[in-house]
Write a protein that binds this ligand. Structure first.
Ligand SMILES: *Cc1c(COP(=O)(O)O)cnc(C)c1O
Length: 369
């Protein structure tokens, strides 16, 4: 059996006729950039998410940059984010001219450690970017208490956490604004690059939209210099088709995660993903820990099961941040996890048979040891 790490073909087959006709419509109407399909998707996302404003952008990296620029962040400022994330969370801080300040993660839920967060705040801290990693909600109550106490805006990185909830509220609705990626492999994915900003702050929304469209809301009336970060009509039309199924797909991810966890619990030294109490996890990734990561990964590969590591090196220890001279001891939890974590295939379309095959293959690895 071959089990790909992500299977976008199965999902396409399940919605093929709607996707194909959406694509044909966009091309027939030549609604390539901006226009009705992009406006429609922004409305669809606002309604589904329960937020006043969605500003579509070119990808989920630009979105972080645009929000920070429009909050006035730049040279001399510091922005706090988490040590274990994708580089977008920190490279966009540097792009604004500010300095990324990394905070270690929690050993159980893998999100930013709230206690270490507070001690990283200085007089220069201008924003906090928590990342709802793997689909796990950060502790937004603790984070908002700290942020409010110090009067620092929070920008939630929701690239991996579409429709995850904290309490009864979708993540992304706690901070000043939130950033989403619609990269194909994300829980709500386009067929190319796409991203979106959400906020309930109308003034910030207007400024973000303007900045992402060359500083002009009306053609040729450039109020400021901006950037070009637009979603194209094809991606928007595809996303409008896919958003109709997102709730159902999220439930299917959660059900598949529960099945895989129940089959694997108690196997060897495996540590199962934990869901923070009072939250729902959207299971963008199903991440286990083991001391035998390389050997298990090889065993699964030989059985046709693709896996991945998110991420093999904590951000501050990457070559890109060598100039900061961080040591693994500065981020002991992230550094230890990076050698132990393994992401198993997990998507809505996994069948019970495939889940059983993954579990049996993992168990065979430990039986052999
Ligand atoms: C995917 C991702 C991004 C960036 O999204 P792109 O659309 O690929 O630019 C940002 N942050 C995190 C945590 C991500 O996983």
């Amino acid at each position: 059996m071959h089990v790909p790490f992500v299977d976008l073909k199965a999902q396409y087959q399940s919605i093929k006729s709607d996707i194909d006709s959406a694509i044909t419509q966009v091309i027939t109407e030549t609604a390539f950039i901006g226009g009705k399909y992009v406006n429609q998707f922004e409305k669809d996302f606002e309604t589904a998410y329960g937020v006043k404003h969605c500003i579509s952008c070119g990808n989920g990296t630009d979105t972080l940059y645009v929000i920070m620029k429009m909050l006035g962040i730049g040279e001399g400022d510091e922005v706090i984010t988490v040590a274990n994330s994708w580089i977008s969370s920190s490279e966009t801080i540097t792009q604004t001219g500010a300095k990324p300040v990394f905070v270690d993660c929690d050993p159980v839920y893998y999100t930013i450690d709230e206690i270490k967060l507070e001690s990283a705040i200085t007089g220069r801290t201008k924003a906090i970017i928590p990342v709802h990693l793997y689909g796990q909600s950060c502790d937004m109550k603790a984070i908002m208490q700290i942020a409010d106490k110090h009067n620092i805006p929070v920008i939630e990185d929701c690239a991996q956490s579409h429709f995850s909830t904290f309490g009864n509220t979708n993540v992304g609705l706690f901070g000043k604004a939130a950033s989403f990626s619609f990269y194909p492999g994300k829980n709500l994915g386009a067929y190319g690059d796409a991203g979106g900003i959400i906020t309930n702050d109308t003034e910030l929304a207007t400024r973000c939209k303007m900045y992402a469209r060359h500083g002009a809301l009306v053609k040729h009336q450039h109020v400021m210099e901006g950037i070009n970060s637009r979603m194209d009509g094809l991606q928007a039309a595809i996303l409008s088709v896919k958003i109709k199924s997102i709730k159902q797909w999220t439930v299917a991810r959660q059900e598949n995660a529960a099945k895989l966890a129940s089959l694997l619990t108690g196997t060897g030294d495996i540590v199962m993903p934990q869901v923070r109490p009072g939250t729902t996890h959207s299971f963008h990734l199903f991440v286990i820990q083991t001391a035998h990561r390389e050997a298990l990964q090889k065993h699964l590969q030989e059985a046709g099961i693709e896996t991945a590591v998110h991420y093999p090196t904590p951000l501050p220890l990457l070559k890109a941040y060598e100039y900061m001279q961080h040591k693994p001891d500065d981020f002991p939890v992230s550094a230890a996890l990076s050698a132990r974590i393994l992401s198993l295939p997990l998507y809505p379309e996994l069948t019970d048979e495939t889940i059983g095959y993954i579990a049996d293959t993992v168990k065979a690895f430990y039986a052999r040891k």
